[in-house]
Structures are given as structure tokens and as C-alpha cells.
Design a protein. Structure first.
Length: 170
């Protein structure tokens, strides 16, 4: 880990983050790289965000670089064994390995907290930077069908249970 990536921390998102995440969600740089490539209204976002923060089927973390909010890592439960990850950084924070570190740290937390055995990333076929980042974070491309929409690569990270201690490492 480089000195730059050691400054990456995650904190759980709160309702107080709704406006900040809304602005990020509609940032043209991020919209262009997202799966839907669509902006959302404040009303749509606020309903979704409140459900995200208060529900048990989704976890969102704000990525901090130093003390500055720089993006988010989110996990959506698919079932007891699997969840999907979505992550992004604001443009000014990309290209320095910070996203890779945020993905790694988020997955470590999720494997511990949810006890899932698999985290899936659905990455648009034209998003080479995300394919590289998820690969560096320990994800491997998978041919498993039905996990990601058409036009996306499926990348998977599986947990490993240490036989002697019962602890999970990713």
C-alpha cells in the first residue's frame, strides 16, 4: 500500500450525506460511467437514499481521502451468500489507486459484517478503468450468467474462511 492509499478510509453513509451523494450521482463524469447512464431527480434520490441508509439489504460507505469525501462504495444484498458492489470516486481522485483501496476495504468489512461468500461487480464492457481497478482489488472475471445485465462483465471476489480460526479473509 502506498502512502497515498493509506489515507483512504470508509465511514457509513448517513442521512446527512444525501445531498452530497445526489450531486455525485448526477455528475456527468460519473453518469457517463454508470450502468444506467441516467441522472435522477432529487425526489427519486431521496427516497432511494433513505431506504439505503435505514434498510438492512444495502450498505453504503463514504470514501474519505484524508478527511475529504471522495466517493462511495455500496453493497446490495442479492441473497444470503451474494451481494453486488458499486463503487466510484470523483474524477479528481481517480488514477491513483485510491479506488482500488476503497474497494478492498469495503469488501473486507462486508465479508465480516454480512458473512456472504461472494461479492459481484457488474462492470460495463466499455469501462476499462473499472475492470482494471476491480482486478487489482482481487476480483476475477467470471462467466457466471444472470448476475449482471447485458453489456457488462461479471467480476467476482470470494471470501476464504481460515480453517483454524474461522475468520474470514478476502
Amino acid at each position: 500500500m502506498s502512502a497515498g492509499t493509506s489515507a483512504v478510509t470508509l465511514r457509513p453513509a448517513t442521512l446527512g450525506d444525501a445531498e452530497m451523494v445526489f450531486c455525485w450521482r448526477n455528475d456527468p463524469f460519473l453518469v457517463m460511467r454508470g450502468s444506467s447512464q441516467k441522472t435522477v431527480t432529487w425526489k427519486e434520490h431521496l427516497q432511494w437514499f433513505q431506504a439505503t441508509v435505514s434498510g438492512s439489504e444495502r450498505k453504503m460507505f463514504i470514501v474519505l481521502v484524508g478527511a475529504e469525501p471522495a466517493g462511495q462504495v455500496r453493497f446490495d444484498r442479492v441473497n444470503n451468500e451474494t451481494c453486488k458492489i458499486s463503487a466510484y470516486l470523483l474524477q479528481s481522485y481517480t488514477g491513483r489507486g485510491l479506488g482500488v483501496e476503497a474497494i478492498r476495504r469495503g469488501c473486507e468489512v462486508l465479508f465480516r459484517q454480512w458473512g456472504v461468500s461472494k461479492i459481484v461487480a457488474c462492470i460495463r464492457e466499455d469501462n476499462k478503468a473499472s475492470r482494471v481497478a476491480f482486478g487489482r482489488a482481487g476480483f476475477v472475471e467470471s462467466s457466471e450468467d444472470g448476475l449482471c445485465p447485458k453489456g457488462h462483465f461479471t467480476f467476482v471476489q470470494r471470501s476464504e474462511v481460515c480453517p483454524d480460526s474461522g475468520s474470514v479473509r478476502s
